[in-house]
Design a protein around this ligand. Structure first.
Ligand code: HEM
Ligand code: HEM
Length: 180
């Protein structure tokens, strides 16, 4: 039986999310031989990250960093309860998801920044800048894989389609024991 649902992800968070997915995919696929598109997709990703940093302070409840950035102890306890299969359901981002979001934001921001630096006279042809750019891009790929794995696990555990929630913005209302 489907319970009532509530609005969780505001339209800008959803637009941000899927635009970031698209810009990362395009930047990744064009990195080797489509430089103009690569740079534009990378700038788009950078602009999206800048917006998200502001929205984390100015956006509605579930968009705010203060709602989902948790202490290392809380994150460790949450991961422990996940391994034992008994983690509670969070309506917003869970502690592990929140940590992953910060990692994704920082890594994507760093990738865009080093990509841009490599096009400037000051850093053009500087090996460490390109090496860092590539390492961060590869790290992104690993983080995204873990992120999607986390989404799948949490969706199965709590019997809700979290990817769909990131499209429509709505989730099942908190039940007993859930963290609102
Ligand atoms: C390039 C690939 C991706 C990147 C960079 C990325 C990044 C992010 C970020 C930054 C957030 C935080 C949203 C916010 O509060 O602003 C997020 C959340 C989320 N992403 Fe992704 N994502 C990617 C791919 C995907 C894919 C393929 C799916 C679908 C399977 C997905 C499903 C979700 C869901 C469901 C959430 C909300 C998690 C929750 O319920 O706490 N993401 N993602
Ligand atoms: C944020 C998303 C981005 C991702 C995922 C990404 C990914 C990559 C990857 C994987 C490479 C290595 C390609 C190779 O091995 O030849 C690369 C190279 C490069 N990227 Fe990016 N990049 C991003 C953003 C940017 C931005 C914003 C710029 C500049 C405005 C940029 C400029 C470059 C340049 C100039 C190269 C060097 C190509 C070469 O000389 O080999 N990238 N990028």
């Amino acid at each position: 039986m489907a319970g009532p649902d509530i609005k969780v992800w505001d339209p800008l968070v959803r637009l941000f999310h899927w635009s970031l997915v698209a810009s990362f995919a395009i930047a990744w696929l064009t990195a080797d031989d489509w430089r103009d598109l690569h740079e534009w997709a990378g700038y788009a990703a950078g602009a999206l990250i800048a917006f998200r940093l502001l929205w984390g302070f100015a956006g509605p409840r579930y968009a705010r960093f203060s709602q989902f950035v948790r202490s290392p102890g809380t994150i460790a306890r949450y991961l422990g309860s996940m391994l034992r299969g008994g983690e509670v359901r969070y309506v917003g981002h869970n502690p592990a998801g929140g940590a992953m979001i910060i990692a994704l934001i920082l890594c994507m921001g760093g990738t865009a920044l080093t990509g841009w630096m490599y096009t400037r006279d000051a850093f053009w042809g500087v090996d460490w800048v390109l090496a860092t750019h590539e390492t961060l891009a590869n790290t992104m790929l690993a983080l995204v894989a873990l992120h999607v794995l986390g989404v799948v696990v949490a969706s199965l555990r709590h019997r809700e389609n979290l990817a769909r929630a990131m499209v429509v913005g709505r989730k099942r209302a908190p039940g007993i024991g859930d963290v609102a």
